[in-house]
Design a protein around this ligand. Structure first.
Ligand SMILES: Cc1cc2nc3c(=O)[nH]c(=O)nc-3n(C[C@H](O)[C@H](O)[C@H](O)COP(=O)(O)OP(=O)(O)OC[C@H]3O[C@@H](n4cnc5c(N)ncnc54)[C@H](O)[C@@H]3O)c2cc1C
Length: 376
């Protein structure tokens, strides 16, 4: 039910839901790996929670994909039946045709449906209990870590009119660093971010709730073509750094050399970049990943590297006191990740930059070929 007591509008039609449930029952049969399966969860409710941030085109694309999966056994198995009317063995055989196809787009359909169903089904409280999942990272109750210098849409009660030397659109890795450097250099700086302002106390949610809040278009945007390329981007104060994995590589020297040689880019040798790397890395605390939370995969890799005589070491990450809860891609509930809203943006605000969340720029106004303002 919606908050006003009316029944919430379903994003999927009854037919879409029948198709999704039919496929889900093959992936997650009750009494299979777990006692409970797809038929024990309310897929409609879970999909509505997740899919509310999809734009119309993505939702339509998803529904068309479901329809195609349902009606295509005639092509892949030569059987003029819908997926629901196949024997359970043929259903598995049919899905395997997608999983093992030589065509990336068919494998992509399989992976997308499987990933989506896994996320929906494992978000159900009963299923969580049945597999013994206990979330072990959560922000302390009552925590209030937001900076009052970052203004949210709800803080504004009239149109925003700002005069500035520089207007930065977007508060991610690029925008936040530029804002701090420009504000500290004395420029009157404004940052406009279309996404909301979330901080540690807002994180620790299930993926299906975090995606609509923190990701552009709910999870992915797609560049349509052959192949279709899916891209994940953050949409929040701090940009994609709020949901990234904190791995901090420097550009390999051979790539910098290639840029110089092939594209004649100057000023980008490692020697010239080093002071900037060091400055950024110290601001966001880039250090080798903590051994206490490095995990069994990494320890196994270390063992293998040692056996083969290869150099090895933990990747460098921008964290402070990471407890390894593995929720980096949904916002850090421990406040360990030194993403932009915890590092560069407060410094930019301290230097006088005005930072606004929930402000989407739709138009850049130009005068005599130069940007003179923005509108949104
Ligand atoms: C799941 C995931 C994990 C990742 N892990 C790593 C990692 O471990 N290490 C690493 O180096 N990189 C990682 N990345 C990539 C890295 O985070 C990005 O490359 C980086 O944040 C890009 O910086 P940016 O400033 O270009 O854009 P972003 O950080 O994406 O910021 C752009 C901001 O601009 C805002 N914006 C866009 N248009 C408008 C508009 N019209 N008006 C107002 N605001 C607007 C967006 O909402 C967004 O907040 C990861 C990415 C993803 C998706």
């Amino acid at each position: 039910m919606g908050t006003n007591g009316r029944k919430e509008k379903s994003l999927l039609s009854a037919r879409d839901l029948k198709i999704l449930t039919g496929i889900a029952e093959v992936f997650f049969p009750a009494g299979g790996a777990f006692a409970q399966g797809a038929r024990d969860v309310d897929l409609n409710k879970l999909f509505n929670r997740f899919g509310r941030g999809f734009d119309r085109i993505t939702l339509l694309g998803f529904r068309l994909m479901l329809g195609a999966l349902w009606y295509l056994p005639v092509i892949f198995l030569g059987k003029p039946r819908t997926f629901g009317n196949l024997s359970s063995q043929d259903q598995i055989r049919y899905l395997e045709k997608f999983e093992k196809s030589r065509l990336y787009s068919l494998r992509g359909i399989f992976m997308a449906v499987k990933a989506l169903l896994s996320m929906l089904i494992f978000s159900d409280e009963q299923i969580e209990k049945s597999i013994g999942f206990e979330p072990d990272c959560a922000p302390a109750a009552g925590l209030r870590s937001k900076s009052s210098a970052i203004k949210q849409g709800s803080d504004l009660n009239s149109d925003l009119n700002e005069q500035a030397d520089v207007c930065i659109i977007g508060s991610g890795a690029g925008g936040a660093v530029a804002a701090k450097e420009l504000a500290e250099a004395g420029f009157n700086t404004v940052v406009l971010e279309q996404g909301g302002y979330y901080a540690q106390e807002d994180f620790g949610q299930k993926p299906l709730d975090a995606f609509p809040r923190l990701y552009l278009n709910n999870s992915f945007i797609f560049s349509l073509g052959s192949p279709v390329v899916a891209l994940s981007l953050g949409r929040a104060v701090g940009g994609t750094t709020v949901i990234n994995s904190c791995t901090c590589f420097r550009m390999p020297e051979e790539v910098l050399a290639e840029w110089e040689e092939d594209y004649h880019l100057r000023g980008l040798s490692m020697k010239e970049l080093l002071p900037f790397y060091e400055r950024v890395e110290s601001t966001i605390n880039v250090k080798p990943g903590e051994m206490e939370v490095i995990g069994k995969n990494a320890l196994m890799t270390r063992k293998g590297a040692e056996a083969l005589g290869l150099s090895h070491g933990p990747i460098r990450r921008n964290t402070r006191g990471c407890k390894g809860c593995g929720l980096c891609n949904y916002g850090c509930p421990e406040g360990a990740k030194q993403s932009m809203e915890r590092s560069y943006l407060p410094l930019a605000a301290k230097a006088g930059a005005r930072i606004y969340a929930d402000c989407r720029v739709d138009k850049i106004i130009t005068e005599n070929g130069r940007a003179s303002g923005v509108q949104g």
